[in-house]
Design a protein around this ligand. Structure first.
Ligand code: PGA
Length: 237
């Protein structure tokens, strides 16, 4: 089964969450705001981040131990919307904390608009995954410029529909898989994220090395994310 992760970010209000949780396909890993996690425990649920410690005087942070105790299975770490305020060392500590508590980590990596892709991916893999057992780690390759919320240094919003070609995505996925195989002797699942929607998923599904997708904006509509899941996992295009 190809994974579909719905990163709801800080979207959906209480009433929408109740409707969403009734209608979203139960195979989709839904990552809502922390406060709404209990409404998704009848399916697969993930958090959008976690802290580096299990407990203590850390006002406003969320413990990976508490997430685990509440029935959370996955946690996204290193999303580009958080990397603005987080460095690779912090991300490495967060992954360690999540793994220590039995959570499955979805680590987001990807290059910015004018960054050298290979160098960036190699750096992130080396620093973020340093000294981490990889059995419960999944990578989401998300080129930052392809994410629907991207705004460039001139304040220009991302053009809708512009994402890497299948060849570019495949190159990145293979680079990530081979680097991890060579460095850590592990096979790892790699998802693609960045403006995935029901239109482009039938093209993306042609990528042989793709293990799934991480969906932001389109996942706010449960019909759209359900459709993405169905197209990716069944041949009903
Ligand atoms: P997007 O978001 O699907 O809206 O581009 C993906 C992400 O931010 O993970």
């Amino acid at each position: 089964m190809k994974l579909v992760v719905a990163n709801l970010k800080m979207n959906l209000d209480y009433n929408s969450v109740l409707e969403y949780s009734k209608n979203v396909n139960k195979n989709i890993i839904v990552c809502p705001s922390y406060i709404f996690i209990p409404y998704f425990l009848n399916g697969k649920v993930g958090a959008q981040d976690c802290f580096i410690y299990d407990e203590g005087a850390y006002t406003g942070n969320v413990s990976p131990l508490h997430l685990k105790q509440m029935g959370v299975e996955y946690v996204i770490i290193g999303h580009s919307e958080r990397r603005n305020i987080e460095d690779d060392n912090l991300i490495n500590q967060k992954i360690k904390a999540a793994i220590r508590n039995g959570l499955k980590v979805i680590l987001c990596i990807g290059e910015g608009l004018n960054e050298d892709k290979n160098l960036k991916l190699l750096n992130q893999i080396t620093l973020d995954l340093n000294d981490i057992p990889l059995d419960n780690v999944i990578i989401a390759y998300e080129p930052i410029w392809a994410i629907s919320s991207f705004v460039d240094s001139n304040g220009q919003k991302k053009e809708p529909g512009v994402i890497p070609t299948n060849e570019q995505i495949e190159d990145s996925i293979i680079l990530i898989k081979e680097t991890i195989k060579n460095k850590f002797n592990k096979n790892i699942e790699v998802l693609y994220g960045g403006s995935v929607d029901p239109q482009n998923i039938s093209i993306l599904k042609e990528i042989r090395s793709l293990d799934g997708v991480l969906v932001g904006k389109a996942s706010i509509d449960y019909n759209k994310v359900n459709e993405i899941y169905e197209i990716l996992n069944f041949d009903n295009i």
